[in-house]
Design a protein around this ligand. Structure first.
Ligand SMILES: Nc1ncnc2c1ncn2[C@@H]1O[C@H](COP(=O)(O)OP(=O)(O)OP(=O)(O)O)[C@@H](O)[C@H]1O
Length: 206
């Protein structure tokens, strides 16, 4: 990623020729990372790669503020301290260029030579639009991960004003068309069923 003098984000065009792009979304602590990591593990990193839209945002934020990027990328408390500031900054960048972080995330993941792309954290309708416009509706699949609020709370979710009540967490709440849905309340058979469906789909196009 490069950041120009006006502190806006610039980057190359997200190129590549994926056969399948799987876009994960869901509310905070529903388990997007957990399930997308399992999928990557099952498909194998020789065929699939993980793309995180939050990665270029966190990289910029860590660089600007002298923070630990690995801590910021993990599921622990550290990232929660900076979440709101990162949202405000990233929204200002998205307003200028809705696809900027998608493009940068693809570049950073060096996804271009892998046929299967797993995007673990889409948050906006514009994220879905960007991948669909770029690679085609036949290539893109969406999955919504659900978990009850009390389960999410057990995983560390605490409602935070300015985080959970704004577009970056709510923009996809009214989307009803998902290719796949999974309830991730702790019943591993539900997760397994969903993984099997996704893997069957992937194997059928590889
Ligand atoms: N089915 C599951 N079984 C066991 N642990 C789980 C399961 N799903 C999620 N977790 C755990 O719950 C925590 C939150 O999950 P995860 O980080 O995947 O959520 P997320 O939706 O990616 O969160 P965020 O929106 O904060 O990025 C993690 O510690 C993860 O390991």
């Amino acid at each position: 990623m490069s950041v120009n003098k006006k502190s806006s984000v610039t980057g190359g065009r997200g190129s590549g020729n994926p056969k399948r792009v799987i876009l994960f979304s869901g509310k905070r602590k529903c388990g997007k990372d957990y399930i997308s990591d399992l999928l990557l593990d099952r498909i194998g990193s020789n065929r699939a790669c993980m793309i995180k839209i939050s990665s270029p945002i966190k990289a910029h934020w860590a660089h600007q503020n002298g923070l630990d990027l690995q801590e910021l990328m993990s599921a622990n408390e550290y990232k929660e301290k900076f979440r709101q500031d990162m949202i405000v900054w990233s929204e200002s960048q998205r307003a200028k260029d809705p696809g900027c972080f998608c493009r940068l995330a693809v570049d950073q993941a060096k996804a271009q030579d892998k046929p299967i792309w797993i995007v673990s954290d889409i948050r906006r309708k514009t994220d879905i639009k960007w991948f669909t416009d770029e690679f085609g509706g036949n290539v893109v699949r969406t999955i919504r991960v659900f978990a009850d609020e009390n389960v999410r709370q057990e995983r560390g979710y605490v409602f935070t004003k300015g985080v959970d009540d704004i577009a970056s967490e709510c923009d996809l709440d009214d989307v009803e068309e998902w290719n796949w849905r999974v309830m991730n309340n702790g019943d591993e058979s539900e997760v397994e069923k969903c993984l099997t469906t996704m893997i069957d789909d992937i194997e059928s196009i590889l």
